[in-house]
Design a protein around this ligand. Structure first.
Ligand SMILES: *Cc1c(COP(=O)(O)O)cnc(C)c1O
Length: 383
């Protein structure tokens, strides 16, 4: 059973969630927190570092617009995200992703986005479209990578060009394309600040060596995102070690955090519709669930919640309630896998109270439905 406290609810958040009409089911995003996160990150990073917010963590237009303003620009990975970034007035846009369509390649170049090209084939497609651009190459470096929830490099993945193929790719570079840097996004949810600082330093050194080896004019070293948040303990990656990184003059070190900027700016609330004990387990059945907030199911952990008590009860029949007991927070979908939290101790919980899941501003609603990464939906063919 887990008893660790969830983050205390800020008063303004609690008030707004309490005001929701019943049955409550909502995400709340706080733009003040977003701006504070961006400022804190900026202060922790060395000079000559560019912050591009990775839109896939949270593509709500209000979040994207706030962070387009509070950071240097946006990192996008689809035509849909590119449109969001342009609508948000981003000053600078980087475009990554191993599955870009011809339409997306052309739109990115025309919008002035800096492409992170992920394969030799993608280079030829760009040239075949008659597009001329300065680009970065996304590289999957061999060797031990950072640890985190998802590892993109140092292991076989669809992302980027294997470093042992870099020479061949550069020797065969189609005309009209100029390589000005490398993109080395390596990990998601790294919690070790010292390791991340070492990774940034190593990314710069490796890029300088490769630029020299292949005669490139190196201007951009994009080290990607991966700044982590620990959902179980309330902590996050310590940024302090990042200030020790030295960025040489003439080089623009780019970081692309998504999770770290947005996780703490979001709260998901869901009202307890029913409360019952079945074969010894107590279930709080919610107006909501994993179709809105998939992360706990996708990663296999219990997301902590806080109880927001709602005292009002005007029904003529008794109100279901439990005291001092572990509960499972489950959703409204008719599958036993619709579980957000298992075995969390509550001192008092009633039907009609609201559960609030803090730190749900990143990869919350955005990975829970067809808008993940803002790709176009599939067609539906009816025979
Ligand atoms: C997902 C992604 C990011 C953001 O990762 P976080 O772990 O949210 O910081 C940055 N860059 C690229 C290329 C990505 O795919």
């Amino acid at each position: 059973m887990t008893t660790e406290p969830a983050t205390a609810l800020p008063a303004a958040v609690a008030a707004a969630l309490r005001d929701l009409p019943a049955p409550a089911c909502a995400y709340l995003y706080d733009t003040t927190t977003l701006r504070e996160r961006a400022a804190t990150l900026r202060a922790a990073l060395p000079p000559r570092t560019t912050i591009l917010y990775a839109v896939k963590a949270n593509g709500h237009p209000a979040v994207v617009a706030t962070l387009a303003d509070a950071t240097d620009g946006l990192d996008v990975a689809s035509g849909g995200e590119l449109r969001l970034a342009l609508d948000a007035g981003a000053r600078r846009i980087a475009f990554s992703g191993p599955a870009k369509t011809d339409t997306e390649l052309a739109a990115a170049v025309h919008a002035g986005a800096l492409l992170n090209v992920e394969s030799a084939h993608e280079l030829r497609r760009l040239a075949g479209l008659g597009l001329h651009a300065d680009i970065c190459l996304r590289v999957n470096r061999a060797g031990p990578a950072l640890s985190g929830s998802h590892t993109m490099t140092g292991t076989p993945t669809p992302f980027g060009i294997a470093d042992d193929q870099l020479g061949d790719v550069l020797a065969d570079l189609p005309p009209g394309l100029r390589v000005i840097g490398f993109h080395l996004h390596a990990v998601s949810n790294n919690l070790d600040g010292h390791a991340h600082a070492a990774f940034l330093t190593d990314a710069i050194g490796w890029s300088q060596t490769k630029a020299q080896e292949y005669g490139l004019d190196l201007r951009v070293v994009n080290a990607g995102g991966g700044f982590g948040v620990d959902y179980r303990t309330d902590s996050a990656m310590d940024l302090t070690p990042l200030s020790t990184v030295t960025v040489p003059p003439g080089i623009d070190l780019v970081v692309e955090p998504g999770r770290w900027l947005t996780a703490d700016a979001g709260w998901y609330t869901a009202e307890v519709l029913d409360l019952k004990t079945t074969h010894g387990r107590t279930f709080a059945v919610l107006r909501g669930g994993t179709h809105h907030f998939r992360l706990p199911a996708a990663w296999g952990y219990s997301h902590p919640f806080t109880v927001l008590p709602v005292d009002h009860w005007d029904r003529p029949y008794p109100r279901p309630a439990v005291t001092d007991t572990p509960v499972d927070a489950v959703g409204e979908l008719c599958t036993p896998r619709d579980v957000l939290t298992r075995d969390r101790h509550v001192t008092h919980l009633r039907a009609g109270d609201r559960l609030v899941f803090a730190r749900t501003g990143a990869y919350g609603y955005d990975i829970s439905h067809h808008d993940f990464l803002r790709h176009d939906p599939p067609d539906f063919v009816i025979l």
